[in-house]
Design a protein around this ligand. Structure first.
Ligand code: IPE
Ligand code: IPE
Ligand code: MG
Length: 261
């Protein structure tokens, strides 16, 4: 089906890893974003609407994460960055923070085999200090196990903050200058980029945020400086691959100019 004519809202997709190929929209070649970043927002509100505690919303988010990964593979997305825990999320209640840390660790542990079967290369973007060691250990293990996979790179942004990433890059460069390894006059955009968390990953083409909030909340400010932005109204636990496809459908109809006339 042509991607413009799909009714994404009523599209019924199976929870099974991969869809019946006939329902996958045909996005024109060259119109699928290579790198998509997703701000998975709205878990707390979803739980509140049901009279549940916030952590129940996080639990309901897990299948949506994996449905979205499957949908990204089907659409031909090559890099998918998922905003999982921000440097600002430490300001939530200790109970919620503890839950999110333990839950992230457990999901990576439980799902690494499935991701490996799907050809996912697991990556991480974030800061080490403060992040639970058990989370870092699971990430390290998953990254090692999946390092040769080539279908899609899924970057979990955990303890990620865009300003922290830029500050960390600046600090790393300052150290090299101090040690005489590079000259201060040689700081260019290209070399700065090489000091970000994952310098090999191309810039973000499309940022999708769910839950109707229209801000980017410190997500990939450098990498997404020229990204197309898309805001979807659904709360994250109500989403799935059809929301990603809807966003890609809109992206495919945008004209990107990069400053050219
Ligand atoms: C997104 O949902 C998940 C994380 C930030 C970890 P929220 O927990 O922010 O849910 P809302 O925005 O309060 O509804
Ligand atoms: C952004 O959502 C962070 C993640 C999705 C992990 P938040 O819910 O933390 O962002 P704000 O507070 O609405 O800006
Ligand atoms: Mg939120």
């Amino acid at each position: 089906m042509s991607f413009e004519n799909v009714d994404y809202t009523s599209l019924s997709v199976p929870a099974a890893p991969f869809s019946d190929p006939s329902i996958i929209p045909h996005f024109p070649a060259g119109k699928v974003p290579c790198h998509v970043g997703v701000i998975m927002d709205g878990n707390g509100r979803w739980a509140k609407q049901r009279g549940l505690i916030r952590t129940e919303g996080h639990k309901a988010a897990e299948p949506v994460v994996f449905d979205t990964i499957a949908g990204a593979i089907e659409a031909g997305v090559r890099y998918l960055t998922l905003y999982t825990f921000s440097t600002e999320n430490w300001n939530r209640s200790p109970f919620e923070v503890r839950f999110l840390m333990g839950f992230s660790r457990d999901i990576i542990h439980r799902r690494v085999g499935q991701m490996n079967d799907w050809g996912v290369r697991v990556r991480w973007a974030g800061r080490r200090p403060r992040l639970w060691k058990s989370v870092i250990d699971e990430l390290d293990d998953a990254m090692e196990k999946t390092k040769n996979n080539k279908t899609i790179d899924v970057v979990f942004a955990i303890n990620y903050g865009g300003r922290a990433e830029i500050a960390d890059a600046a600090a790393a460069i300052a150290k090299k200058v101090r040690d005489g390894r590079i000259s201060g006059d040689r700081v260019t955009e290209k070399m700065f980029q090489e000091h970000l968390y994952n310098p090999d990953i191309p810039n973000v083409d499309l940022v999708v945020r769910t839950s109707g909030e229209m801000r980017t909340s410190n997500f990939l400010p450098w990498e997404a400086a020229y990204a197309e932005l898309d805001f979807e109204p659904e709360l994250w636990p109500d989403c799935g691959r059809q929301i990603l496809w809807r966003a890609i459908g809109k992206y495919a109809q945008r004209g990107r100019r990069f400053g050219k006339a």
